[in-house]
Ligand binder design. Sequence first.
Ligand SMILES: Cc1cc2nc3c(=O)[nH]c(=O)nc-3n(C[C@H](O)[C@H](O)[C@H](O)COP(=O)(O)O)c2cc1C
Length: 342
Amino acid sequence: MTILESLKEKVLEKFPNQTLYPNKTKDLLSYCDKNVELMLEAYEQDLAEGSDRHTKMMISQHYYGNRRQTKNIDLEVELWLQTELVFMLSENKNKVEKAFIATLFDKWKDVFKGETHETSQSFLENLTMNRASFSFFDEDFKVDAVKTEKILAAANGITPSLGNNFHYRVDVLPQETKDAMAPFMHSFYPDATDETKKLFEENPHAHTKAEWTKLGVCHNHQFDAPLVLAYSIPVPDDGSYAHWTTEQFETSKDATFVALGLNMWNTICAAEEMGLNSCCLKAYNKKALTTFKTKTSAEMPEGWSWEPFIFLCIGKGLEAKGDHRKYKPRGIVNTLDFEVAA
Ligand SMILES: Cc1cc2nc3c(=O)[nH]c(=O)nc-3n(C[C@H](O)[C@H](O)[C@H](O)COP(=O)(O)O)c2cc1C
């Protein structure tokens, strides 16, 4: 009998014919069907690699956006299921393997019970594991002034200042600007025809949003989030998007981009810590940037202006992005061979 079959048998023994919410027999059985195979695979892969990242990814699938993904099953019952699963998995393993699986299982318990003791994961580790990018935000929810101030404080100067040569700026996008940009905050699905692209560029109001979606327009609904931060960099007015020189701006554009990304992560952490969610938004039509102008009192080299490069959309997430919680077993650490040149 497989572990899945044995676990389902245990469920039928302990929760026979339970039809009342929560912990209905059918929900418990379907939880097993949906999850057990992946969980076992993750434990086994971590055992084989001596790592914990597969378990972490598996946890993240069941806990995205820092929320448990089932309301139908009580936490104690979910933990009971997990305990039974780990027990069965450990049955014919040796002592060392048993101990290793136990430490992996501790990660489950820590995350699900929200316990913080010496051996548990830090807030940051939990966040990195469980955060999701959201495509839809609650339109009735507003980010209040206190939270906005905290988010802006996180984005303001604590993070890479590049020796006080910040060549990026963070601004709350005003509602009027958002409204003007909104029709162009999209990309295209691969099946969008050139005709659709042209028509959309010319008149984004020719169809409803739903009709455009059918024609292959991919709307970035996260742009409707209550708080949108624009991350801007200097661009030359000639439209070339050329790199700047260190005479024009002291820190290189490449280093500036890395710093901007680090700043975004710090800002995302601040938002998440307050129970908010976020999504980065880079895929938009360049036309969006022609709907407004930026002004600054700061000195700029002749022929350069600030232009938003990427947006960070913040609010109460309703629907996580589809690709976010896909199982991602691909490792990217220590995969390259560095050969010293002869
Ligand atoms: C720099 C950056 C730009 C992104 N731009 C967009 C975008 O324009 N539209 C969108 O729907 N998602 C965008 N995303 C979200 C990704 O498509 C993806 O859903 C997200 O990164 C998945 O989360 P993960 O990277 O934590 O797995 C962006 C993500 C990053 C990091």
